[in-house]
Design a protein around this ligand. Structure first.
Ligand code: DHB
Length: 304
């Protein structure tokens, strides 16, 4: 049977399917649930320095099977209240990566120290939420800022630092290079695409915030292109994100250059049991293709 284990920048994963940040990851029980259903690791909801209520409803619009538009507004209890949730997930045996967001390098570094103290195995920097004022892609959209934030966090903690890059940029691979210069151990690509829906009878945007982020099957080709280009320009490992609904989607990302993948919208549509199906289907598919180990498939499409 083929081997799905992944060593990613010093983090050991039992399989490549990580629970993406922001989906299902708010509580320790939900993180533990994803782990219990077979996720290779779980990434927390993005946590900030202080509690944030998020935007008022409506915050989500679903497009059948092809996508999901959301603008939650980074709701979270703040770093001082969140460690207990991580402890619960760790008690269930989960490999937990902590996602953090902040306004600038100094705040990122301070938050990183607090998140590291929870015993997470790595940090993912949210440099890519597409619609939060002064946060996410507003601080992650330019290479100097990405480099400075990454460097500040890398200096502050002794954990692998993963920079989550925005596709809402003319050169996402340039942002990944900046993170690598700053000392990132890995890159996640991509986060959601900036997007909008209009409620015609109400003559206003569907979501309370107006702009949101599009995820799901619709964005898979965009994510693949970003991973493809980033793989050609950096030497650190990549985590593919965006529209991974089944094992074949994951293999596309791996062959484009990803060592692991994050699954978000598929969990929102199909529930947490999706991890068990993904693991089984990927194992079967690798067997069919005559691949004994997933690692052997990373980036192979580049040499074709
Ligand atoms: C939110 C954050 C994100 O990073 C994202 O991609 C989409 C939404 C949010 O909390 O609104």
């Amino acid at each position: 049977m083929s081997d799905l284990r992944v060593e990613l920048a010093g983090i050991s994963l039992r399989n490549p399917f990580l629970l993406a940040s922001g989906i299902w990851g708010e509580s320790g029980a939900s993180l533990a649930g994803a782990w219990g259903h077979g996720a290779g690791g779980v990434i927390t909801k993005s946590i900030g320095s202080a509690p944030r209520p998020g935007y008022p409803n409506p915050t989500v619009e679903s497009y059948e099977r092809w996508g999901f538009l959301n603008a939650m507004g980074l709701p979270n209890p703040g770093i001082d209240e969140y460690p207990q949730e991580i402890t619960l997930a760790q008690a269930a045996g989960a490999t937990v990566i902590g996602s953090i967001f902040a306004h600038d390098a100094a705040e990122f570094a301070e938050l990183a120290v607090k998140m590291a103290a929870t015993g997470v195995v790595g940090l993912e920097l949210n440099l890519s939420c597409p619609h939060a004022e002064g946060l996410g892609s507003e601080v992650g959209g330019d290479p100097e800022s990405v480099e400075a934030i990454t460097r500040a966090v890398v200096r502050a903690v002794r954990l692998p630092v993963i920079a989550k890059i925005t596709p809402n940029s003319k050169d996402p691979a340039g942002l990944a290079e900046a993170a690598e210069r700053g000392g990132a151990a890995a890159i996640s690509a991509i986060n959601t695409l900036r997007a909008l829906a209009i409620n015609v009878p109400l003559r206003r945007p569907t979501l309370s915030h107006g702009l949101g982020g599009l995820s799901g099957a619709a964005i898979k080709p965009v994510g693949l292109a970003c991973v493809w280009q980033i793989y050609e320009r950096v030497d650190i490992p990549l985590i593919g994100v965006g529209g991974i609904m089944n094992a074949e989607d994951a293999l596309e990302y791996v062959m484009a250059g990803a060592s692991a993948v994050e699954v978000g919208t598929a969990v929102a549509f199909d529930g947490i049991k999706v991890f068990g199906r993904l693991v089984k289907d990927l194992t079967d598919r690798l067997d069919e293709l005559g691949l004994t180990s997933l690692v052997d498939a990373v980036g192979v499409a580049h040499s074709a």
